[in-house]
Ligand binder design. Structure first.
Ligand SMILES: Nc1ncnc2c1ncn2[C@@H]1O[C@H](COP(=O)(O)OP(=O)(O)O)[C@@H](O)[C@H]1O
Ligand SMILES: [Mg+2]
Length: 274
C-alpha cells in the first residue's frame, strides 16, 4: 500500500539510453565531475539555448546516473516537486513528485529555468542541498534521506533576472556556479554542422549572423540568437529552404517584432549569405 517507487524499473526509466552529443568548450566536464564527486549542488548560468541542458544530459550519461528534469514555471508549487496525495477509487494514494523520486533513486535532479519558479517554492530544496541531504514530506509524515548518488542541478538565465524574479540568497548560496555562454565561433559552427547536417561553410555563416545579433543585446534586443536557433536554421536549410528564408523564419522572427530591428537583422542575413 502506498509504497514509494524506488524499484529498478524506475531508475532505468531515467537513464539515458544513448550518449548525447556534447562538444566540450573548456574544462567544464572535469569541473562538473569534481562537483559531482563532492555531491555539490551546481547552478548552470547562461543565456537560453547555449548548451546547458545538453551538458547535464551528457554528464548524467558519462557518470552513468539517472537524470530527472523539471521545467520550472511560476505556477509550480512545492507539491509539484515533492508529491501529493491523489484520490482514486481505492481511496487516497501518495504519489512522489520528481524531486522525491530523484532523492530516493539517487538521480541527478535538474531544475531548468529555476528563476521561473516562485521563491517560496524553491525553499523545499534547502534541506536537500546542505549537509543534511534530507527531504521532509510534511503531508506524508516522512523524511526522505537522499540516496548517496543524488545531486541537485539548476539552470539560471541571468538575463531574465529582475528584483521580482530572482532566487533568494539563501537558495543561491548552496550552489557552485558554472558559467556558460555561446561557444567560440569555430566550435559553434562545428556544433551547428553536427546538429543540423549543414556544410561547414553554411554553419560558419550562420554563426556570423548570430554574432551580429549578439552585439545588439541591450541595444534593441533582449537576447541575441542562440545556438539552438542556429541549429533550427540549419535544419531548414538541409531540407531545401533557401538560407535567407530559413534565417528569417528561425533566427529573426522569433527574436523581435520591432520593424527597425527586423530590417537590421534581415540585412545582416543578406550581407552574410548574399
Ligand atoms: N556544447 C554543445 N554541444 C552540443 N550541442 C550543443 C552545445 N551547445 C549548444 N548545443 C545545441 O544547442 C541546442 C540548445 O542547447 P540547450 O542545451 O537546450 O540550451 P539551454 O539549456 O542552455 O537553453 C542543443 O539542443 C544542441 O543542439
Ligand atoms: Mg535548457
Amino acid at each position: 500500500m502506498n509504497a514509494p517507487v524506488t524499484d529498478l524499473a524506475t531508475t532505468q526509466q531515467y537513464m539515458l539510453a544513448e550518449e548525447p552529443y556534447y562538444r566540450a568548450v573548456d574544462a567544464e566536464t572535469d569541473v562538473y565531475e569534481a562537483a559531482y564527486a563532492a555531491r555539490m549542488p551546481v547552478m548552470l548560468k547562461g543565456p537560453t539555448g547555449c548548451g546547458k541542458t545538453r551538458f547535464v544530459e551528457y554528464m548524467a550519461w558519462k557518470l552513468g546516473k539517472p537524470l530527472i528534469t523539471v521545467a520550472c514555471n511560476e505556477d509550480m508549487t512545492a507539491s509539484d516537486l515533492v508529491g501529493r496525495f491523489l484520490l482514486d477509487a481505492d481511496g487516497t494514494r501518495w504519489q512522489d513528485g520528481p524531486l522525491t523520486i530523484a532523492a530516493r533513486i539517487g538521480a541527478i535532479c535538474y531544475l531548468d529555468e529555476v528563476v521561473e519558479a516562485r521563491q517560496d517554492t524553491m525553499v523545499v530544496i534547502h534541506a536537500l542541498t546542505d549537509h543534511r541531504r534530507v527531504l521532509p514530506l510534511e503531508k506524508r509524515g516522512e523524511q526522505v534521506t537522499a540516496h548517496p548518488d543524488f545531486q541537485m542541478v539548476i539552470s539560471y538565465n541571468p538575463g531574465y533576472q529582475s528584483l521580482m524574479k530572482d532566487l533568494k540568497q539563501s537558495t543561491k548560496q548552496r550552489f557552485g556556479a558554472m558559467v556558460f555562454d555561446y561557444p567560440p565561433a569555430d566550435v559553434e559552427a562545428e556544433i551547428v554542422a553536427h546538429e543540423s547536417g549543414v556544410e561547414a561553410e553554411v554553419a560558419r555563416k550562420l554563426v556570423q549572423v548570430a554574432q551580429r545579433s549578439r552585439n545588439l543585446k541591450g541595444h534593441g534586443l533582449d537576447e541575441g540568437m542562440s545556438t539552438r536557433l542556429l541549429v533550427h536554421a540549419g535544419q531548414l536549410i538541409t531540407r531545401g529552404i533557401p538560407a535567407s528564408d530559413a534565417c528569417r523564419m528561425t533566427l529573426v522572427r522569433p527574436l523581435t517584432d520591432d520593424p527597425d530591428m527586423l530590417d537590421t537583422l534581415d540585412s545582416a542575413i543578406d550581407t552574410v549569405f548574399g
